[in-house]
Design a protein around this ligand. Sequence first.
Ligand code: GLV
Ligand code: MG
Length: 312
Amino acid sequence: MSHTLYPLKRQRLQRSELAVPASNPAMIDKAALGPADYVFLDLEDAVAPPEKEQARRNCIQALNDIDWAARGKTVSVRINGLDTHYMYRDVVDVMEQAGSRVHTLLVPKVGVPGDLYMVEAMVNQIEMAKGFTTRVGLEALIETALGMANVEAIAQFGGRLEALHFGVADFAASMRARTTNIGGLNPDYPGDQWHAAIARMVTACRAYGLRPIDGPFGDFSDPEGYRAGARRAAALGCEGKWAIHPSQVSLANEVFSPTEAEVTRARRIIEELRAAEAQGKGAASLDGKMIDAASERMARNVLVIAEAISGR
Ligand code: GLV
Ligand code: MG
């Protein structure tokens, strides 16, 4: 390893991330009872401009009325973008009125590290002024060409930043990619047209100790398409994926949970390596395959997630 290390800043179970428009209180109540690891109350793109203020009030009420942590969930609020006139009031009202109840703020369309600086400065002041002893985290959506061009700099922001999300819909729009599909594969492209972008974001996250999360898949009547997208994201290192419909939550939980067989193999790798070590060897073999210290690091990643799931 390098002498420079960026350990994971904050471990949170985030296999499934349910997006809920804060304009719809019935959907918020349902989300609180469902199996999502993580729910974000949306003030941004799922809320029409005339509903923004009511959505903000609903969001504050849901944070204060529902004990999300007791339900084993992380609750986040997606604020509006810094280019709107809603954003400052989203931060001020949500933080002043429910800042000790919300776990993270999700900042959309982050383009440069300074976007996070502004949100961080505001929440620092509000937490101090209100005397909160809790500390809200920040998560950033990478969903514009500018954000992706700066993703390594954004990942190095530090402060409260703990996760990056790939917002495929806005990213497609920003790139003028030839599609109107949210997250599906384009048959004109030989492979996954989002591969390079997701891989770049995951690398930036893992380099600087952040959780990488894959974004939405719009066709909620295509569970197999969702599963396939989630598996591709998991293969690249994402910890979870958005659900834009409650039916996608269990699919994400399934794909991002290690199977019994994976957990058993991870444990056996560690046992075999301990036995090899006792004989002065660094490498060993398991089921006809070479294993070494790197295998142990991969195995420990599996076990960390398995433990987080069982401790939920
Ligand atoms: C999410 O916000 C997206 O644009 O995909
Ligand atoms: Mg978006």
